[in-house]
Design a protein around this ligand. Structure first.
Ligand SMILES: NC(=O)C1=CN([C@@H]2O[C@H](COP(=O)(O)OP(=O)(O)OC[C@H]3O[C@@H](n4cnc5c(N)ncnc54)[C@H](OP(=O)(O)O)[C@@H]3O)[C@@H](O)[C@H]2O)C=CC1
Ligand SMILES: CC(=O)N[C@@H](CCC(=O)OP(=O)(O)O)C(=O)O
Length: 349
């Protein structure tokens, strides 16, 4: 058998990094050769995360681009906003291929990044090198890429549900409203006031209404699909569950199209793609039905009284919303089947 591709993970002790380790452990063509930590180098990762005992026995490495290059060919950066903006250029200069899970390279417009992320943007020279890749929408461009920017979790759930209808001109893009609910692992592993148990348990709240950093990313892709500038209303919510995003999208239908027509349109659009499943009419998706998997399940309801379509999508934020999608992008980058190492049946119940 030919040698496996060597990959490294920066941010391996965070939720996205730990999920990369879980998923890549059964990837047939990939070997994790370095797990990296900015705060705990030298420590065995399994000591911190005992669920990795006998699975990932390596010691955590330093964040050292040359050292990473000595061990790996591809590196995932699963780091907080602002970190990859500085680190990815060093990794690229060291000769590594990079897949960044953060928002640092998703927006080409640096002023837009500064406005929504409130961080210093990446150097434009490196921004231009990044390919923003949502596999089912523009994944055909990923093969041979050296630097991929992975989409956001809310963004993935919203765009997979909206792009086919926008591209077909079946909905009025100016009427789109996106209402998303996320499990708390979406906020990462770090403790914060808003995410600890007694604040979260038995609670349900909206946050960053029309101010979430995913707004410009959603609008960037919808505008391209529509061929005109699209602005949207986006409200994220935090739900007291660990994993999962459910997005409900509303829009006014243009022309005569009912739910059955939408089902047919989406089936055609996603034909041959492994990870988008279109539901039968009346079978609404639940987050549990994609838990631990790379699937995005989508359903439709058309209301004749209002002329609006309601589109509901579910994903696991840590898989299709982050690490699974990053591996799907790695597969496409390498020219492999996009589903390699990702064909998990959702965990149920
Ligand atoms: N959680 C989710 O559902 C999703 C997350 N994302 C994005 O992916 C990225 C990672 O998210 P997530 O794993 O949840 O976040 P976490 O906060 O759980 O983990 C981030 C990790 O980054 C490491 N880190 C922090 N600062 C640095 C630094 N200066 N240099 C190198 N490493 C650093 C930390 O580990 P250490 O101290 O060991 O270095 C930490 O464990 C974020 O940008 C997030 O927005 C995107 C989609 C979904
Ligand atoms: C529940 C929760 O807090 N979710 C995170 C989404 C994290 C994410 O996807 O981060 P990027 O900015 O890298 O896209 C949030 O709302 O900020």
């Amino acid at each position: 058998m030919s040698e496996k591709l060597k990959v490294a993970i920066v941010g391996s002790t965070g939720y996205g990094g730990i999920e990369l380790i879980r998923l890549l452990a059964s990837h047939p063509l990939v070997e994790i050769t370095s797990v990296i930590s900015s705060s705990s180098a030298g420590m065995p990762i399994a000591e911190w995360f005992p669920h990795l005992t006998d699975i990932q026995t390596a010691l955590l490495d330093d964040v050292d681009p040359q050292g990473i290059k000595a061990k790996a060919d591809v590196v995932f950066t699963a780091t907080p906003a602002g970190v990859a903006a500085k680190l990815a250029p060093q990794l690229l200069d060291a000769g590594l291929k990079v897949i960044d899970l953060s928002g640092d390279f998703r927006l080409q417009d640096t002023a837009l990044y500064e406005k929504w992320y409130k961080k210093t943007p990446a150097d434009e020279q490196y921004l231009k090198q990044a390919l923003y890749a949502l596999p089912e929408i523009n994944g055909d461009k990923a093969q041979g890429a050296s630097f991929i920017s992975n989409p956001g979790c809310f963004v993935t759930s919203a765009l997979l549900g909206l792009v086919p209808a926008v591209k077909a001109g079946w909905i009025d893009p100016s009427t789109i409203i996106i209402d998303s609910k996320s499990g708390v692992s979406g906020a990462g592993r770090g403790a914060s006031l808003g995410t600890h148990y007694s604040e979260l348990n038995e609670n349900f709240k909206a946050y960053k209404v029309n101010q979430h950093q995913h707004v410009p990313e959603i609008e960037m892709v919808l505008s391209e699909a529509a061929g005109q500038e699209v602005v949207t209303t986006f409200t994220p919510h935090l739900v007291p569950m660990t994993r999962g995003i459910l997005s409900t999208m509303y829009a006014t239908v243009k022309g005569e199209h009912n739910a059955a027509d939408f089902i047919e349109l989406y089936k055609q659009f996603y034909e041959g793609r492994q990870f988008v499943r279109i539901r039968k009419e009346g079978v609404l998706p639940q987050t549990k039905e994609v838990w631990g998997s790379n699937y995005c399940d989508i359903a439709f309801n058309y209301d004749e009284r209002t002329g609006r379509i309601t589109i509901i999508s579910v994903i696991d934020n840590l898989v299709k919303g982050a690490s699974g999608q990053a591996i799907q992008n790695l597969n496409l980058m390498m020219g492999w089947d996009e589903g390699l190492g990702l064909q998990f049946v959702p965990v149920y119940p």
